[in-house]
Design a protein around this ligand. Structure first.
Ligand SMILES: [Zn+2]
Ligand SMILES: [Zn+2]
Length: 253
């Protein structure tokens, strides 16, 4: 697998750190996890054609994680160049269908992919859920953030990547990330600026350690995280390799 960070930032507008977005490429499929504002543009910068995306996983419905869905759907119908003709999947927590219908209520059929190409699936927001799609296994667990919020684990090609979305400390996350090859973990604020519903680097490190994750990628940084060494804060409690996410960074798993 290969992952590309499209957005290592948050709701705070920044040229350096776009809002949340991550592409996971397996031998069988392209998966996009979250799509905050600017994600599609970052895909262009990364040289990733948005029409490749087979599966979109939405962690939760905060705009910094999902607001590029509408332009994505609009382009899927009216791109000046050829549109994707194969099916693609939109997966999110309980409420995904309702969220999509609300967007259609505002924008109309313009954003409804023609020809039944879009398949929507809801994951259980209250308990662990699993399904197989396009040759990969997707597992989810509730995340300790606003309800409904999920963390995802993607398994393919004998490897796994676990993506937390926004979360606070949670046993569910430790279970989901058990033995994972790469834990992509939110780390919103430095250790001394903890905000409820989010993690700080040492908490991310402790989760990676408890889960025996092999490697840890810290991401979802508010600006104060660029003033400190977040990797050292996590390294105090996690002995595996730790990366600080930057937009357009690529990692092999
Ligand atoms: Zn967020
Ligand atoms: Zn959030």
């Amino acid at each position: 697998m290969e992952i590309t960070v499209l957005g290592s930032g948050t709701v705070t507008p920044s040229l350096k750190r776009n809002a949340s977005g991550l592409v996971v490429r397996t031998s069988e499929a392209w998966v996009l996890v979250d799509m905050g504002p600017g994600t599609i543009r970052r895909m262009c910068e990364a040289g990733i054609d948005y029409r490749n995306i087979d599966v979109i996983l939405v962690t939760h419905f905060h705009p910094d994680h999902v607001s590029d869905l509408v332009p994505f759907l609009f382009a899927s119908n009216y791109d000046y160049e050829a549109v994707r003709e194969e099916r693609f999947h939109l997966v999110g927590p309980t409420g995904m269908e309702q969220f999509y219908e609300a967007q259609v209520g505002m924008y109309g059929d313009w954003i409804v992919p023609k020809g039944d190409r879009l398949v929507i699936r809801e994951m259980d927001a209250r308990q662990p859920d699993t399904f197989e799609i396009e040759g990969l296994w997707i597992r989810s667990r509730p995340a300790a953030h606003t309800f409904p919020s999920l963390s995802y684990r993607i398994e393919a090609d004998g490897s796994s990547v676990t993506v937390t979305g926004d979360t606070d400390v949670s046993d569910d996350l430790v279970h989901l990330a058990r033995g994972t090859d790469l834990l992509v973990c939110e780390s919103s604020m430095p250790d001394d600026m903890k905000v409820r519903g989010h993690l700080v680097p040492s908490e991310a490190g402790r989760i990676a350690s408890s889960a025996r994750a092999k490697r840890l990628l810290l991401t979802h940084f508010y600006p104060p995280c660029d003033e400190v060494d977040v990797v050292s804060q996590a390294a105090a409690v996690f002995s595996g390799e730790i990366f600080r996410a930057e937009d357009l960074m690529v990692l092999r798993v």
